[in-house]
Design a protein around this ligand. Structure first.
Ligand code: DLL
Length: 438
């Protein structure tokens, strides 16, 4: 049985793939130039015409598209087809400003469905599986994105959506789905609630998790695998390019294969916008080469990662991206030092008795940045070692200081005292009010 969903495209030689990308790129550039006033104006301003863009190497001549450009053209002005060709819209959550709206033609939905089906196949999902889709259904792309892909694979799909955790657990026990799709933080929440309800992993049949929509560390992946007795896979995507399914790791777990026949990736320096050499860490930028309704050109994701073009042991030739380290706009600058929440997570989760739930607070006191971290501990820790709390806090403080170069006040808190999320987790509260959202 093949391990690929679409062997021809997933294992195509780099030479043939480049050829396909070049021709799709030329096509999309002439479509946006002809149909999207925003791109016509921007290209004219930059002095670039569609004839200047012949191959992927020419991409760097084009200007970037930013989230603020989509907001300025809210809701539908960046669409490249008339509204009667648009069969669906979704929107991104808009936690830091007005939401952005994305649209799909029938063909866009077809491509999205195929991309998610490929991802599920990467994780070994087949028509014999039953998938519990606990991503939110609605304007968020997670629920419907996974749903269509799961049905395309032929798996039995449970469209449970987010929330009502106890009912979700009842379904896990009674229906016995084999695949769980939700955010990694919600997977942990489900595991915790299961243990509170006295449900053990032997009472469920889950074997695979399809987790994404938020950054999560390798340490967190291992904890989820242990708690739920599953193999946890990482699925990546963003509404602006499509939704989930832009990339996904395979059984080798050495990066997430990007569906490069649809999305052209670049890595740039987030400060200067300069394209970085292969292997550098920087901001991921995508050009959608097959989308019809919203084919974004050089869209700046703000996600930080690195690309690997070497062939993967699984046989796929599609470029791999590292697990997302965080977003350039999540980067905290604390007393001048750049800190990513994922670095803190890695340190914390290497300690025994630390639960994968924490909250980082940043304040400015007397013109000085102060970081405080609430770290949730296991119940066992509090009953066994009350006298050791101070010692443990000191150890954690020391490790954090040596890993990131900034000191933090650590507060060990009781089990279940950190708020749980049903969607994307919020782990940082910056009370310095240094920036006002766009
Ligand atoms: O989160 C789409 C999605 C749904 C992906 C379900 C995976 C699973 P947005 O709400 O537009 O879309 O948010 C996109 O979420 O730019 C990343 O910062 C983050 N993100 C998504 N997947 C991952 C991941 C969906 N696997 C933003 N790892 C992106 C890290 C992720 N961050």
């Amino acid at each position: 049985m093949s391990v690929y969903w679409d062997e021809e495209l997933e294992t195509m030689s780099r030479h043939d793939l480049r050829h396909l990308q070049n021709s799709r790129l030329r096509d999309v550039i002439s479509r946006v130039y002809g149909n999207v006033g925003y791109y016509t104006d921007k290209m004219k301003e930059t002095g670039v015409t569609p004839d200047d863009i012949r191959t992927v190497e020419d991409l760097k001549k084009l200007p970037f598209t930013l989230k603020s450009d989509l907001r300025a053209n809210y809701p539908f002005n960046t669409f490249a087809v008339p509204m009667d060709k648009v069969v669906r819209v979704h929107a991104s959550s808009g936690t830091t400003g007005k939401q952005t709206v994305v649209g799909y033609t029938e063909n866009d939905i077809e491509i999205w469905t195929e991309c998610v089906a490929r991802c599920l196949k990467n994780a070994g999902v087949t028509s014999s599986d039953m998938i519990h889709v606990a991503y939110g259904y609605g304007l968020f792309t997670g629920g419907l994105g996974l749903h269509y892909g799961a049905e395309r694979v032929g798996a039995t799909t449970i469209p449970i959506s987010g929330g009502n955790t106890r009912r979700q657990i009842e379904i896990l026990v009674d229906f016995k789905p084999t695949v769980l799709a939700c955010t990694p933080s919600y997977a942990l929440h489900l595991a915790d609630e299961m243990s509170l309800m006295g449900v053990t992993k032997d009472q469920i049949d889950l074997r695979v998790g399809i987790f994404g929509a938020e950054p999560w560390t390798e340490e967190m992946r291992l904890q989820i695998e242990e708690k739920l007795g599953i193999r946890a896979y990482d699925i990546y995507g963003l509404s602006e390019t499509m939704g989930p399914g832009v990339s996904m790791n395979c059984e080798c777990n050495c990066g997430l294969h990007i569906q490069e026949d649809h999305f052209l990736p670049e890595i740039i320096d987030p400060e200067t916008g300069e394209v970085l050499p292969e292997g550098s860490i920087g901001e991921l930028v995508f050009t959608c080469i097959t989308k019809e309704a919203l084919p974004l050109i050089r869209y700046r994701t703000r996600d930080l990662t690195r690309l690997h073009y070497g062939k993967c042991a699984c046989g796929r030739t599609l470029v791999r991206m590292d697990k997302v380290m965080g977003r350039s706009d999540d980067m905290l600058i604390i007393r001048g030092v750049n800190v990513f929440p994922s670095q803190i997570e890695s340190v914390l989760l290497a300690f025994d008795n630390v639960e994968p739930h924490y909250m980082i607070y940043i304040d400015r006191v007397d013109n000085l940045d102060v970081m405080e971290i609430d770290v949730e501990m296991t119940g066992r820790f509090f009953s066994d070692s009350v006298k050791d709390i101070e010692k443990y806090e000191n150890q954690l403080r020391h490790e954090i200081q040596s890993a990131i170069g900034v000191s933090a006040r650590i507060r060990l808190v009781e089990p279940r005292s950190i708020p749980r999320s049903e969607g994307k987790a919020k782990r940082v509260i910056d009370r310095r009010k240094l920036f006002t959202p766009l």
